[in-house]
Design a protein around this ligand. Sequence first.
Ligand SMILES: Cc1ncc(COP(=O)(O)O)c(C=O)c1O
Length: 429
Amino acid sequence: MATNAQLFERAQQVIPGGVNSPVRAFRAVGGTPRFITRAEGAYLHDAEGRRYIDYIGSWGPMILGHGHPAVVDAVQRAVREGFSFGAPTEREIELAEAILALVPSMEQVRLVSSGTEAAMSAIRLARGATGRPKLIKFEGCYHGHADALLVKAGSGLATFGHPTSAGVPPEAVQHTLVLEYNNLDQLEAAFAEHGAQLACVMIEPIAGNMNFVRASVPFMTRLRELCTRHGALLVFDEVMTGFRVGLQGAQGLYGRLIPGFRPDLSVFGKVIGGGMPLAAFGGPRAIMEHLSPTGPVYQAGTLSGNPVATACGLATLREISRPGFFDALSARTRSLVEGLQGAAREAGIALAVDCEGGMFGFFLAHELPQNYGQVMATDKEAFNRFFHGMLDRGVYLAPALYEAGFVSAAHTAEDIAATIDAARAAFAS
Ligand SMILES: Cc1ncc(COP(=O)(O)O)c(C=O)c1O
């Protein structure tokens, strides 16, 4: 039987860095990535036969846990009918109808295969529909790896950004403004200077790519007002939060806190595919009809609306729509973060925690950070020690301090208690 280290060595010969997505390589925390052989419920099993309680859930999709019987059954039936047709199916309509029934800000939705593709397409649509070139994103938010989004803040307030990746020419990001999350002054200044040229503002409403940071209600309220006043589209990237923080996603939460609130466009992924490659973007009919074939904004995909992925997504949505699903998931997630906080307190360690639905964050800090700079100022060495302390005790947390965590419906009270025991031991060591 090959060890994780042997598999990692072999993987690095044939796959850059040994992984097909960089965070899997454990570079932020050091050590050897675990090679997973199988998963069931709340557990992952690695190549060395060790079992872990999984708080990554494939980075969000596995909200029901691994191998939920209803989902497995739906996928197996779909596979028998065919893998891919490249022609429309009734199941695509059913999934679109199911998504639209839950997300009132959208009248139409287009299915694609990844969150990157959905975010990139939403931006092209925003630009095509408004006839404007510029966009705002926020530092610490991740919207996939389309060129225009691989950008960090410029040197001054409301200046355009610089590429964060080799291979992205400066011209590709010349229309992308990067602002600090939750910073109202920067937002006002950016709109004052560029408002008439702005196609859209893209935001993770609860940012899961800088651990777990909520956009404040005053910030979101003002962002909505400014977008409306200047004719820029507000694009909610709910790839992570959609069907995860609640059945209506983060927009459901902000809609309850801000009267009349809704985004113009929304981007989804992860949970809507239930673990298969599926994502989506949508909005009002008048905007969506700018898309090809009804409109001039081109967008397409060989595997878009794939019949197996749509079966997986539909079965997942059906399960999470059951009455009480999110109440139970939220209670479980809250018991986890409160338990972690209690374990830290016993060890005399400050731990700030937050959660919503089945998504959570924790920071080795006295207060919850409000932006990327504050997240990155938390104690990285202590986080890395804690991460490895937990992994050694059979708890698989995200291998970087800037990633959110996920609880599934398969996590039992016993799993949470075992996790808190592990945390107590890890904090004490
Ligand atoms: C908020 C957000 N948007 C977009 C993406 C990109 O999605 P994908 O990895 O499916 O391309 C991610 C991925 O983690 C994400 O968290």
